[in-house]
Write a protein that binds this ligand. Structure first.
Ligand SMILES: [Mg+2]
Ligand SMILES: [Zn+2]
Length: 191
């Protein structure tokens, strides 16, 4: 049995995107409404997974241990507010390394798929950049663009390279839509 999943980009979706990278927990700021949105998302019986490019590791700007610590604290803060993150998948590579996991490459999604037995064709991904949407599109997962973070600036870029995606104002609007659609699916499948 495979399950759908919800994939979330991190910077610009859950927390404020910084052009100089989030280098410590003190620089990690939740976006307005993100914690409440994650609390509501947690009622869904699907894995909620963060997929994030952290090239600051490959650039030598932040250590892998620090990024892991940031994620532990992020998950604890989310849990404290009634939400959950079931897994965090990180690409630590420099863009020049040509790895298979830096979005738009789909490696992180495949890692998650193997660990959680995910049906990617029934899964959703929310990001704030064209590379997020491209990764989703490559594995057949539904792409959503948030207008938080780099979303406004990335919208025309995404329009030029991703055939079909949905635009939502932010994580809260994405969760509204997902929950409404699931409620509709459950209602229509009941006798
Ligand atoms: Mg982002
Ligand atoms: Zn990588």
């Amino acid at each position: 049995m495979s399950t759908p999943a919800v994939f979330l980009d991190r910077d610009g979706v859950i927390n404020v995107n910084r052009s100089d990278y989030v280098k410590c927990w003190e620089e990690f700021t939740f976006l307005p409404g993100a914690l409440e949105a994650l609390r509501r998302l947690a009622q869904l019986p699907w894995p909620i997974l963060v997929v994030t490019n952290q090239s600051a590791i490959g650039r030598g700007i932040v250590s892998p241990q620090t990024v892991a610590e940031i994620h532990e604290r992020m998950r604890a803060a989310i849990q404290e507010r009634g939400g959950r993150i079931d897994g965090v998948y990180v690409c630590p590579h420099h863009p020049d390394q040509g790895c298979s996991c830096r979005k738009p490459a789909p490696g992180l999604l495949y890692q998650a798929q193997a660990a959680f037995q995910i049906d990617l064709s029934r899964s959703w991904l929310l990001g704030d950049s064209a590379s997020d949407l491209l990764a989703a599109q490559r594995v057949g997962c539904r792409p959503f663009l948030a207008l938080t973070g780099r979303g406004q600036e990335q919208r025309p870029v995404a329009q030029a390279c991703v055939p079909e995606f949905t635009v939502v104002p932010d994580l809260a609007a994405f969760v509204d839509r997902l929950l409404a659609e699931q409620a509709g699916t459950l209602a229509s499948s009941s006798p």
